[in-house]
Design a protein around this ligand. Structure first.
Ligand SMILES: Cc1cc2nc3c(=O)[nH]c(=O)nc-3n(C[C@H](O)[C@H](O)[C@H](O)COP(=O)(O)O)c2cc1C
Length: 317
């Protein structure tokens, strides 16, 4: 019986896997040991967002976690394999079991770059994307739309979001007004000035904003959308949990690829969370959009987001 990968390697890979992205940095993934190299992988309902009633973002985060784990395993000369079985739990949804193994064959080329993946919320240059990148994103089931055509939708979605108590309550629960918290969105990652922080605290106290003020708050999202090379829409053929899980894996592959060629990435999920999703769907010939993000070039660095301790991720049941 093989004794590799070692417990140390597995621990290193799990820590690297926990760098995966999740909406509001909720980190909804948990691993429960089943044997020395296998774990049950499950979605923790305590980290579910109010504005994600169907677990679209939650399941994509789970797929993103698995893909980040797999690419990190490749970077450490091993591999991980999922046996998918969806099962409802009292406190979550099990996706199946994963097993750490020796890697046979060459590493995935993205393994070298997975540690560089991050979100950058600065303005980007409006230069077109290189043809090679467009082709790679298209082959991962994504569609490109122009920032100018999406900007009115972002404006509408942002106003709807600021008037939506679910969105504002999620922000209230997951925004961290410090630069050190292990989960949630810290102010350095959100690029919030002192004035921005005061405005956000005001909105959080109110619970939702009146239309006129929502329109003022929405200008930031519109400005950022316009300052992009392109908006990219990730689509899916079905929204069953495993399809969303697979969409999350494609999201990580695209994101890692984008960052590896020096471009930046920032989602605008409100367009899909709000009723604007229907107009977006019309723009992409009826395909089902599950993620939308801006891509472009910036020379401004983003802060690194924080992560929970591994002891809070690897848990006994
Ligand atoms: C499915 C999904 C949806 C997201 N939606 C948004 C969003 O609408 N706005 C945003 O600023 N960030 C969004 N994010 C980015 C997360 O906030 C970010 O990944 C997380 O805070 C961790 O930061 P990092 O990506 O820099 O590691 C989303 C991430 C995922 C995986």
């Amino acid at each position: 019986m093989s004794t590799t990968p070692s417990a140390e390697t597995i621990a290193t890979v799990i820590k690297a896997g926990s760098r995966a992205p999740s909406a509001h940095n909720t980190q909804p993934w948990r691993l429960t040991p089943l044997g020395s190299r296998s774990y049950s992988l499950w979605y923790c309902l305590a980290d579910k967002l109010r504005a994600d009633p169907d677990d679209r973002d939650g399941m994509m985060a789970m797929g993103g976690f698995y893909e980040t784990l797999r690419l990190s395993a490749h970077a450490h000369e091993c591999d991980v394999e999922l046996t998918p079985v969806i099962e409802e739990l009292a406190d979550g949804v099990s996706l199946g079991s994963i097993e750490f193994k020796d890697r046979h064959g060459p590493p995935d080329p993205l393994a070298l770059s997975i540690g560089e993946r991050q979100c950058n919320r600065h303005e980007y240059a409006r230069r077109p994307l290189p043809a090679g990148l467009v082709e790679a994103l298209t082959s991962l089931g994504q569609l490109l739309v122009s920032p100018i055509s999406v900007a009115p939708l972002v404006s509408k979605a942002s106003v709807l979001a600021w008037k939506d108590s679910r969105f504002v309550r999620d922000l209230d629960e997951w925004t961290r007004f410090d630069d050190t918290s292990a989960d949630g969105m810290t102010t350095d990652c959100l690029q919030l000035s002192k004035v921005d922080q005061a405005a956000l605290k005001f909105a959080l106290r109110r619970g939702r904003l009146p239309g006129w003020l929502a329109r003022v708050y929405a200008t930031r999202d519109v400005r950022l959308t316009r300052a992009s090379s392109s908006l990219v829409v990730l689509t899916t053929a079905s929204r069953d949990p495993l399809s969303l899980f697979e969409a999350g894996r494609r999201l990580i592959q695209s994101w890692t690829l984008i960052n590896s060629v020096g471009y930046s990435w920032h989602p605008m999920s409100i367009v899909i969370d709000q009723s604007t999703v229907h107009q977006l769907q019309d723009m992409i010939d009826g395909a089902d959009p599950v993620a939308i993000y801006r891509v472009g070039l910036t020379d401004q660095d983003a802060a690194w987001s924080k992560r929970r301790d591994i002891a809070d991720i690897v848990v006994q049941r």
